[in-house]
Design a protein around this ligand. Structure first.
Ligand code: ARG
Ligand code: ZN
Length: 471
């Protein structure tokens, strides 16, 4: 009835103000954000600042349903725009009004709002959906890991498509409220702090908040039957860890490693500066996949990471990413070295700390153990290509390059760079070129040759200069 409050004349005037003078100027947002490795990932025309996901997951049928509310701002005059998503959408609203929608490509949801959106407008997007995530594939794969008692969304560079609609690229970071109802006796684990839990009619709802900018691939959801441990770091940051009740033989080694999270994070602050978030932890679900992932504040660890026994090194790696990868994220996926080279180097520093071999010894080993004709040297860590994004060379040759840099600029400049970089690009994005520029600025040296040789040449470099050469 409030419609009567607006005089017909006033309505006409407001329509004149909101409808574009020339609707032809309003264009569809691009179906990709412009990443050369993955042209369809992310989208153009808007920027998301916040996701609120209110979901319900039934492990028996692998059914995820609920509502995503995105707070965004347009960055161009938009006639329509895309989100990246795979589940079945039943309704979309933009600014409260029902919008029409269609799917296209491998993972695009095309949304046409009732009225076009002017550049710079705040816009609320509500997507109601439901689906069986494990039944959805894009490019022939699924990154939803179903387990006997639930499921897990965690992978890189793509994970969000299977559980929430998003602008799926690290360039568009946002804050998250993730609330998931699961059958009593089951837990839902996500990023950040646990704001509340409540039970009703056989369902328990877990509500998590990640309140610092977070890339979409760093948002995670795990549902299953977990043992949960809580604690605090020495400086008071709350730690929540979760271990599947179904880890079998690996349970002891998993706990003995992940329970070191607080200690390792505090140790890393000595190299990288203050821990950038207000929550910490790790979770180990009963998945059969093998990798680990630096999901923000609470990394994901496959049980297989602990099959060989305790593995604090992987905890060091994933926590190092909280600075190198999560706080400072890649501007494009070609910049993966600014994540993996540094997370590997942190493992070398930990090895040195534990008396298990110095960073120099580990660098020498990487150099010596790959002959000149080893395909290892074909991979260019500074621009590896999408096929080799996580090739071992990105990690090991990437960390070797850092040891070479350390020897070139000396320890003082090197450790100033290591600590200064996360502060300089905090909560943002950067490129390999930005790192070179920053290292040159701090060290006062030209490093173009060093970067080219160690990160960009598809061949084994000549013997690296001895330690201390550049001090
Ligand atoms: N950033 C992750 C790590 O270094 C890599 C994840 C790789 N994912 C994969 N499917 N191989 O721990
Ligand atoms: Zn890594």
């Amino acid at each position: 009835m409030h419609r009567r409050l607006i005089a017909p004349g006033a309505l006409a005037v407001s329509l004149l103000l909101t409808v574009p003078a020339s609707a032809a100027d309003y264009k569809p947002g691009a179906p990709g954000i412009g990443d050369p490795y993955y042209p369809s990932y992310g989208n153009g025309g808007y920027d998301v600042s916040h996701y609120t996901l209110r979901l319900k997951y039934q492990p028996v049928t692998d059914t995820l349903e609920g509502t995503a509310t995105l707070l965004a701002r347009t960055t161009q005059d938009l006639s329509r725009f895309n989100l990246d998503f795979l589940l079945d959408v039943s309704e979309v609203r933009v600014g409260g009004a029902k919008a029409s929608f269609a799917t296209s490509g491998e993972h695009e949801l095309e949304i046409t709002p009732k009225t076009p959106l002017a550049k710079g407008t705040p816009v609320t997007i509500v997507v109601r959906y439901r689906g069986v995530p494990s039944s959805k594939q894009a490019y022939g794969f699924t990154n939803w890991h179903r387990t006997p008692d639930g499921g897990v969304a965690a992978n890189e560079p793509e994970a969000a498509w299977w559980w929430f609609p998003s602008n799926d690229h690290p360039l568009d970071k946002a804050t998250y409220d993730v609330s998931v109802a699961v059958p009593d006796g089951t837990q839902a684990i996500s990023n950040g702090t646990l704001r509340s839990t409540s039970s009703r009619a056989g369902w328990t709802r877990y509500t998590w908040r990640s309140d610092k900018p977070q890339a979409t691939y760093l948002a995670t959801l795990a549902v299953g039957r977990f043992d949960i441990t809580t604690g605090r770091t020495e400086s008071g940051i709350p730690v929540i860890n979760a271990y599947s009740k179904d880890l079998g033989d690996n349970a002891g080694a998993a706990r003995a490693s992940v329970e070191r999270t607080g200690e390792v994070a505090e140790w890393l602050t000595g190299y990288f500066g203050p821990y950038p978030y207000n929550a910490l932890g790790g979770y180990v679900p009963n998945v059969s996949t093998g990798y680990a992932l630096e999901t923000q504040t609470r990394p994901f660890y496959s049980p297989r990471q602990f099959a060989g026994g305790s593995n604090v090194s992987v905890v060091v790696h994933e926590l190092a990413h909280q600075w190198y990868g999560d706080l400072v994220s890649v501007a494009g996926w070609k910049d993966i070295w600014i994540n993996e080279g540094f997370a590997r180097y942190a493992q070398w520093l930990w090895s040195e700390h534990e008396g298990e071999g110095t960073a120099q010894e580990l660098a020498d080993h990487v150099y010596a153990s790959h002959a000149a004709d080893d395909p290892f040297w074909k991979v260019r860590p500074g621009d590896p290509g999408p096929e080799d994004l996580f090739d071992i060379a990105v990690y090991d040759r990437g960390a070797l390059a850092l040891q070479v840099l350390r020897n070139e600029v000396g320890d003082r400049a090197f450790f100033t760079i290591l600590k200064g970089w996360p502060a300089k690009y905090a909560y943002g994005n950067a490129t390999v070129g930005d790192f070179q520029e920053y290292a040159e600025q701090v060290s006062g040296r030209s490093l173009a040759g060093l970067f080219d040789t160690w990160l960009f040449k598809p061949s084994k470099p000549g013997t690296p200069a001895a330690r201390g050469a550049g001090v």
